[in-house]
Design a protein around this ligand. Structure first.
Ligand SMILES: NC(=O)c1ccc[n+]([C@@H]2O[C@H](COP(=O)([O-])OP(=O)(O)OC[C@H]3O[C@@H](n4cnc5c(N)ncnc54)[C@H](OP(=O)(O)O)[C@@H]3O)[C@@H](O)[C@H]2O)c1
Length: 246
């Protein structure tokens, strides 16, 4: 692991108020990265930047479904540090349900957060990366972006989309020396599962006894990719709990 390639890097993280994004901010800061974090729960972000020693401005209230919020997040990073090295497009929402339940508002929110939010991040950071002729986009897909199961239909649709976006971006952004990673976690400790309200899905999860892995499984994966030399582009990482069948 080459921590030297992380020290001093400016890393913008969406969805850093809990779970994988919050853990990433902590671990990257320990390795010397300068992190700028966004999410809707500003109080949590403020506590996080205080804890890791970033300036208060590095915590930005962001709703990734609002383009102007995402643009303001990237602008904050540039104003503070003059550049962006990595965008960790991590914010996500997973209210799993069976399609027949018709939880259309949840579908809308997943499409807006998981797909459009990722695209808004890409759109906001690209002018910076093009000017720098360097940068790295890390999109967070899921094992559910590779396989589908009952209840994950719409969520999987959004995460398959993230995988497709990552692959297209990987190819399109070569001229600008921009690297693209699509990272696909399996069940990992976070608050993600709290969004599930469909009783049938909750019951099926309870019977599966799915043991999540600690969020270090995720942070180790992205640290590996960010820590590579600039001419090494790690494009896909999938990990699961060893016991996870799907
Ligand atoms: N944990 C897993 O098992 C797992 C597996 C596969 C993929 N993933 C993916 O990993 C990513 C991180 O999720 P997590 O597991 O860490 O879950 P989490 O603890 O629920 O974190 C989700 C983060 O996304 C943010 N977020 C949600 N809606 C947002 C919005 N509209 N605008 C801005 N931020 C928003 C939340 O912040 P606010 O509520 O404060 O806005 C929170 O910080 C997601 O993309 C998820 O799909 C997780």
């Amino acid at each position: 692991m080459s921590a030297n390639n992380i020290k001093g890097k400016v890393v913008v993280i969406t969805g850093a108020s809990s779970g994988l994004g919050e853990a990433s901010a902590r671990e990257l800061a320990k390795l010397g990265a300068k992190v700028v974090v966004g999410a809707r729960r500003l109080d949590r972000l403020q506590a996080l930047v205080k804890e890791i020693g970033e300036p208060a401005q590095a915590a930005v209230k962001v709703d990734v479904t609002k383009r102007e919020d995402v643009e303001a997040l990237i602008k904050t990073a540039v104003d503070l540090h003059g550049r962006v090295d990595v965008l960790l497009n991590n914010a996500g929402y997973m209210p799993l349900s069976l399609v027949e339940k018709g939880r259309v508002d949840e579908w809308d929110a997943m499409i807006d957060i998981n797909i459009k939010g990722v695209l808004y991040g890409v759109n906001a950071v690209l002018p910076v990366f093009k000017k720098q002729m360097s940068g790295q986009i890390i999109n967070v897909s899921s094992v559910a972006g590779h396989v589908v199961s009952p209840g994950s239909t719409v969520y999987s649709g959004t995460k398959f989309a993230v995988k497709a976006l990552s692959e297209g971006l990987r190819q399109e952004l070569k001229p600008y020396n921009v690297r693209v990673l699509n990272v696909s976690p399996g069940a990992t400790e976070s608050e993600l599962f709290l969004a599930i309200k469909d009783k049938d899905v909750l019951d099926s999860f309870a019977s599966m006894k799915l043991d999540s892995v600690p969020n270090t499984a995720f942070t180790d994966a992205i640290i590996f990719a960010i820590g590579q030399p600039e001419n090494v582009d790690v494009n896909e990482i999938i990990f699961r709990p060893t016991a996870q069948t799907l």
